[in-house]
Design a protein around this ligand. Structure first.
Ligand code: F6P
Length: 336
């Protein structure tokens, strides 16, 4: 066979993904199972083999790799959490860990890897792409704090879970005419706090992005609120500010108004995904497989301006995202 022709055939073979690996990494998020299911079924429909990697990059480094069939993902679309389990992995931040992970992918014939997680997980995917494993990232986090996308898997479910819990707290807060501090998740990002603040009609939203909030002014506002005839004062406090229990004591002391703190915690990360999380996660899972089949690598999927899109991971990681100052201002006006 002529050398040129041989080279074309070899290039074609190298360009074809035969085995796709999928893992979930970082904090779990409702809808991750819908994405895994879509990856598995779309890949199988294209005649590819699918390997599930348990416990994220941590599991990859320990070769916790299983074959996935269409039946393995039956009855999972409605389930919260991740059937593959997840972990945070320091080792993957080291060059040694990255080399080892790439070698394990090669050993198991994984020529395309789909990583469902946040920015830290995408950084791992980027390193693997540089080492010759094709990678695509899917944004999965309840925090919504991934710059290249307006949507992340799990946020919709988490914010609705928190909203329903806050509605319940509000009922008792009104009955007792109390001040209620409700702590929602979000160590570094205030999206959950902002959305709940608006959706639950909170008087005040405290977010990590506005760390230097003034407690004296807050206390004055609570007293003014009472004068205005309002029956309660709801503060949505993001985990990144925290200190809700002590804050409640200080406010009660300074205002004489009974104040209670409730920390909603990890219940926000669990539960059956909303319709939106199931549909968007399924779409993103399918797209990730298509991208790998098109020979793409080092990509991350996003949802921007009403469309599903994909970006180079390097570009995605360099983007910045800011809380909407407009929505934050509206929330204050709506609290009148
Ligand atoms: O998944 C994101 C997140 O829920 C953050 O809001 C929170 O700070 C963090 O994970 C907590 O994670 P864990 O308790 O699992 O360490």
């Amino acid at each position: 066979m002529a050398e040129d022709k041989k080279k074309v055939i070899l290039d074609e073979i190298e360009d074809t993904v035969r085995t796709i690996g999928v893992l979930t990494s970082g904090g779990d998020a409702p809808g991750m199972n819908a994405a895994i299911r879509a990856v598995v079924r779309v890949a199988l429909s294209k005649g590819l083999k699918v390997r599930g990697i348990r416990r994220g990059f941590h599991g990859l480094l320990r070769e916790e790799i299983i074959d996935l069939s269409a039946r393995d993902v039956s009855d999972t679309i409605q389930r919260g959490g991740t059937i593959l389990q997840t972990a945070r992995c320091q080792e993957m931040r080291t060059e040694e860990g990255q080399q080892k992970a790439a070698a394990i992918c090669k050993k198991y014939g994984i020529d395309g890897l789909i990583v469902i997680g946040g920015d830290g997980s995408f950084a791992g995917a980027q390193k693997l792409a540089n080492l010759g494993v094709r990678t695509v990232g899917i944004p999965g986090t309840i925090d919504l704090d991934i710059a290249c996308t307006d949507y992340t898997i799990g946020f919709d479910t988490a914010v609705n879970t928190a909203m329903e819990a806050i509605d319940k707290i509000r009922d008792t807060s009104t009955s007792h005419e109390r001040c209620s501090i409700i702590e929602v998740m979000g160590r570094d990002a205030g999206y959950l706090a902002l959305w709940c603040g608006i959706a639950n009609g909170a008087e005040r939203i405290l977010m990590p992005e506005e760390h230097d909030y003034n407690e004296e002014e807050l206390i004055k506002d609570i007293l003014l609120n009472k004068k205005r005839g309002k029956k309660n004062y709801i503060i949505i406090n993001a985990e990144g500010i925290g200190d809700s229990l002590n804050m409640a004591k200080r406010i009660e002391e300074a205002t004489g108004i009974e104040t209670r703190a409730s920390i909603i915690g990890h219940m926000q990360r669990g539960g059956s995904p909303t319709c939106k999380d199931r549909v968007y996660a399924s779409t993103m899972g399918a797209m990730a497989v298509e991208l790998l089949c098109d020979g793409k690598t080092n990509r991350v999927i996003g949802y921007r301006d009403g469309k599903f899109v994909d970006y180079d991971i390097n570009e995605a990681l360099s983007m910045k995202k800011e809380i909407s100052a407009y929505q934050y201002e509206i929330a204050k006006t709506l609290a009148l």
